[in-house]
Design a protein around this ligand. Structure first.
Ligand code: HEC
Ligand code: HEC
Ligand code: HEC
Ligand code: HEC
Length: 302
């Protein structure tokens, strides 16, 4: 695959966070002797043994490890084929997926790029082709296999078929045909106001190329241009909708055709724009509750 767009996120300090979160969670459990609602431990993304508490009390875990993060992250030896924090699973090539834009809706304004970063990460489970116990660096010592390998522990979750996520007909198994899913790997708001890079300030509502979108907030973090859609509070928070920065080449469009259409840094929507894979606040891992379609209306001016 040609690398047409370079992706960037700010998630660089995961090693320290991994250690920190583990400590916090242990402390939380020691205080009253029972597991308390602490983020991911209390969600369906807790595949460890024993299973989560609360809403996930009946969710069947993977035998053989009490580790949570290992199903997605490893402190060493991660897959670096896309910009995802320390990813412990092999990600498929972006071209594996058929994307929404290939439907050809005439109303679509945003340029589409090959499925990006965090979306490839989600799909490394949710496309339903790789079992949950397949990872690069299995729990414990000596479990490293750069190609990814099935580890001895077995995931016995309710929503599974032979260790794969969901059934062929369940929504949980998003699959490899993404034409029936909200567009991802798509430019936010049809493009930046000036058509090219826009890396100076917050953008006003309706000022994007497609005026039916809320203007994203802007910050330069570690020298990288960064955008997000604000849902309240000061600065960027977990409940804000993350946009993922890709940097266009002067001669190639994000879809691989000859350009230029986009140059410079651009903001893209991916799975984790809407979902936070660690949150227990919403059952479907949404960054904000969707009552009154608040999630949709955070981006779309409708
Ligand atoms: C089901 C998969 C999954 C599990 C399990 C998981 N993560 Fe993540 N994590 C992700 C994905 C996907 C991203 C990228 C999300 C994004 O771009 O916001 C991420 C991003 C992160 C980041 C960087 C971005 C941020 O939100 O700060 C940190 C730090 C992190 N994870 C820590 C952890 C820790 C610690 C654990 C275990 C307690 C854990 N994760 C468990 C999927 C997972
Ligand atoms: C993070 C921002 C964001 C959120 C949240 C969001 N969308 Fe979108 N949506 C987009 C972008 C960007 C596009 C691509 C629009 C374009 O390029 O014309 C899009 C496209 C669409 C399209 C297809 C438009 C077309 O022309 O084919 C529909 C329909 C849609 N969104 C509905 C929804 C609904 C319903 C929700 C809530 C469940 C939602 N969106 C949440 C950003 C968002
Ligand atoms: C390690 C594999 C893995 C990864 C990676 C992963 N998930 Fe999941 N996800 C699961 C499992 C297992 C379930 C529970 C399935 C069930 O109960 O049917 C789940 C459930 C969900 C659900 C809730 C489904 C429901 O019906 O309640 C959502 C939403 C979701 N994941 C989104 C994501 C997103 C978005 C990402 C990337 C940011 C992601 N997941 C990454 C394994 C994964
Ligand atoms: C524009 C926002 C948006 C994007 C982008 C998005 N989702 Fe979702 N997703 C939602 C909303 C909203 C729901 C809850 C739908 C409902 O309540 O019926 C949802 C539900 C889900 C579910 C649970 C379905 C169920 O009913 O059990 C899964 C799994 C999921 N998303 C995975 C993903 C993955 C993987 C990606 C990227 C390929 C992704 N989502 C991208 C908004 C989004």
């Amino acid at each position: 695959m040609k690398t047409l767009f370079v992706e960037r996120t700010m998630a660089r300090k995961i090693g320290a966070a991994l250690a920190g979160a583990a400590t916090l969670m242990t402390a939380g459990m020691l205080m009253d002797g029972t597991a308390i609602a602490v983020g991911i431990a209390d969600t369906k993304h807790n595949l460890s043994s024993p299973a989560g508490s609360g809403a996930t009390a009946t969710f069947a875990p993977t035998t053989g490890t009490g580790e949570l993060c290992v199903f997605c992250h490893t402190p060493h030896g991660s897959d670096t084929s896309a910009v995802v924090p320390l990813w412990n699973r092999k990600m498929a090539a972006p071209t594996t997926y058929t994307t929404y834009n290939s439907l050809g809706t005439t109303s679509l304004d945003g340029a589409t790029a090959p499925v990006g970063s965090v979306s490839l990460a989600c799909l490394s489970c949710h496309d339903g082709t790789v079992a949950m116990n397949v990872m690069i660096n299995a729990p414990g010592s000596g479990g490293y296999n750069p190609a990814g390998a099935a580890w001895a522990g077995t995931w016995t979750g309710t929503g599974q078929t032979t260790g794969l996520l969901g059934s062929a007909t369940s929504i949980t198994r998003i699959g490899q045909d993404l034409r029936n899913d909200h567009p991802i790997g798509i430019q936010y708001g049809g493009g930046m106001p000036a058509g090219g890079a826009y890396t100076t300030a917050d953008i006003a509502d309706g000022a994007l190329k497609d005026p039916d979108f809320k203007g994203p907030k802007y910050a330069s973090l570690n020298g990288q241009p960064t955008w997000w859609v604000d849902t309240g509070g000061a600065g960027r928070q977990k409940t804000d909708l993350m946009l993922y920065t890709r940097t266009g080449s002067a001669s190639v469009n994000p879809d691989g055709t000859a350009g230029p259409v986009l140059t410079g840094a651009q903001a893209f929507v991916e799975c984790a724009s809407c979902h936070d894979p660690h949150t227990s606040a919403q059952a479907t891992f949404l960054r904000v509750a969707n009552a009154g379609s608040a999630l949709c209306l955070s981006c779309h001016i409708k």
